[in-house]
Design a protein around this ligand. Sequence first.
Ligand code: SIN
Length: 343
Amino acid sequence: MSYQSAETTVEDDFFMKKFKYYKANKPKPSLSAVLFPENVDKQDEIVPTMPNKVHEDPRTRFLGLKTTKEWQTFYFPKRPGLILIKNPFTSIGQRYWIRKCLEIYPRKPNKLNIDIELTLSDWWQECFKNGECNKQLMKKLRWTTLGYHHNWDTKVYTEENKTPFPEDLSELSDVVAKYLGYSSFRAEAAIVNYYHMNSTLSGHTDHSEVNLGAPLFSFSFGQSAIFLLGGKEKSVEPSAILLSSGDIAVMSQEARLCYHAVPKILTASNFPWNENVSSIDNDVPNFKYIADSQVFLSALNENVDDIKWRDFENYVQQSRINMNVRQVLNDNQKYLTDCFINL
Ligand code: SIN
């Protein structure tokens, strides 16, 4: 991530102007220009599309996804390369990923923003130590990094700063990548961002990866957000897109290196993680595509129980979570130290 602006003067910085507009509380910004499928005045800026060939992927049900033929996909004629898949998750699937981001991914050896002040092997468990919820500690978590850990100072990935990438998130990214025709995508680094109702993320581009041709997958859960996507310079006026729980935004091709930001978190108008929650059939003895498929199914089904789900519910009622997944290396590279290039 880089917050360096290209040579844009304050007057020309249309990205910043839009950021400030949507960030403001007084007056509250109008949402009439925000792009979402139901905005009837903007149907020429957010257009339904369909990948060329949609194959059913047998992994969807294990990953909390609806079947790919049920997915709704949109492109943005003014923002080539940006793709939005509108909530392809089942309700139990949303609960699974929310819970992963809170209970599992912040565990060591993954890295957390709070590591500089506290060494916690299990942040979520620590939040509930002594049977009480430590709201202060809960609010402190702003990011967790997985796989190749993003270095916020140097912006450089290294082999020494890498831990295993979670298998479930890698499979999820692979299903989405294959759906869009990216057959060789490898999930190698992720940032999980945690937003509270007053949080923002300022304008930046993501260019630390060696491979800037691979798409970036961004999964949103919990409360909604206004997401700005502009051009390669801050002088380009960005589009504002509404991201709701379960949405997947994909930054590919021209959009991959564009400025983007989150100026505002909005209260969600519905809670898809709570709609018709039901368990899924787990009588699939041998599923050859995912090792331990039974483990996946029981982890998904655990979330049907509203009592066990309650603490996660309380968190997402006031927060947004975003998992941002990238490929770091070129397709023919195994380590950062290999000096192959994609031909
Ligand atoms: C990011 O750009 O790192 C996060 C975007 C988002 O939260 O939607």
